[in-house]
Design a protein around this ligand. Structure first.
Ligand SMILES: O=C(COP(=O)(O)O)NO
Ligand SMILES: [Ca+2]
Ligand code: NA
Ligand SMILES: [Zn+2]
Length: 283
């Protein structure tokens, strides 16, 4: 069933597990996410970035996700990932999103607070929950490129002020992850995470989680991460299976025979994440 993000994350926050937030931009990725959630009985957040909206069309990707979510037997939220443009956030609210991220993390703190507070008031009025970001999460994601050097970790005092003044439902924090593939091993600042969780006591979001070792993910969940964003790992599972399939079979040409197996490959990766995050069986 289609639910809001906070309905899923409030329970995760209370019970101490995390829920996967997987990026989609088409039919097959959405199918992979929903089937993985059904098969592991996991709640799940299906998210679309601004790049995904451009690729699929906002009404189209909304129709695909909402239709499948409403038919699903597990709780599913439709989330806007990294909404950097206010008007895009408004268009998603108009098109049935049940969770939105207002990502004004590139603005000075006071401006981030101002715009996020406005989005929270509007979204809450419509029964939609809101994610925001404080601190800068590095890496390259769609149209967001924050140079690693600028990536500033989240200051706990700032995060507390931000959460109090905006009323945001869940907060993305920078504790050492980065979007996209890692060159070396990411070093997560667990002390910082622990402090922020103790001070804010709201669901927290980990971005750039592809490529983070399983032990680090488990530790982050034990310290209070409740939403974990995964995009790159799914893309790479798709591409690996596609290359392998086409190398082995030079004759195949039916898209269903090509994209179907790629969907299955993505589904397997997503199922493993749901089990690792502790979401499996929680639906
Ligand atoms: O944070 C993410 C995903 O990052 P990855 O591609 O590194 O999994 N989306 O908002
Ligand atoms: Ca990453
Ligand atoms: Na997000
Ligand atoms: Zn992100």
């Amino acid at each position: 069933m289609l639910v809001t993000g906070i309905e899923i994350l409030e329970k995760a926050h209370k019970e101490g597990y995390a829920v996967g937030a997987f990026n989609t931009s088409n039919l097959e990725i959405t199918q992979a996410i929903v089937e993985a959630a059904e098969e592991t009985k996991s709640p799940v957040i299906i998210q679309v970035s601004e790049g995904g909206l451009k690729y699929a069309g906002i009404e189209t990707i909304s129709a695909i996700v909402r239709t499948m979510a409403e038919k699903a037997s597990v709780p599913i939220a439709l989330h806007l990932d990294h909404g950097t443009d206010f008007n895009t956030v408004m268009k998603c609210l108009r098109n049935g999103w049940t969770s939105v991220m207002m990502d004004a993390s590139k603005l000075p703190l006071e401006e981030n607070i101002k715009v996020t507070k406005t989005v929270v008031q509007i979204a809450h009025g419509m029964g939609v929950s809101v994610e925001a970001e404080i601190g800068k999460i590095g890496g390259t994601e769609d149209n967001i490129t924050v140079d690693e050097r600028e990536a500033a970790m989240t200051d706990p005092e700032e995060a507390l002020k931000f959460a109090k003044e905006t009323g945001v439902d869940y907060l993305a924090i920078a504790i050492g992850t980065a979007h996209g593939p890692y060159k070396g091993e990411p070093k997560l600042d667990f002390d910082r995470l622990k402090k922020i969780k103790e001070m804010l006591n709201i669901p927290l979001v980990l971005h750039g989680a592809s490529g983070v070792p399983e032990e680090a993910i488990k530790k982050a969940v034990s310290l209070g991460i409740n939403k974990i964003n995964i995009d790159t790992d799914i893309r790479q599972a798709f591409a690996r299976r596609l290359r392998d399939l086409l190398e082995k079979d030079r004759e195949v040409y039916d898209p269903r025979k090509i994209l179907g197996p790629c969907k299955d490959a993505m589904k397997e990766v997503i199922k493993q994440k749901m089990i690792l995050f502790g979401a499996a069986g929680k639906a």
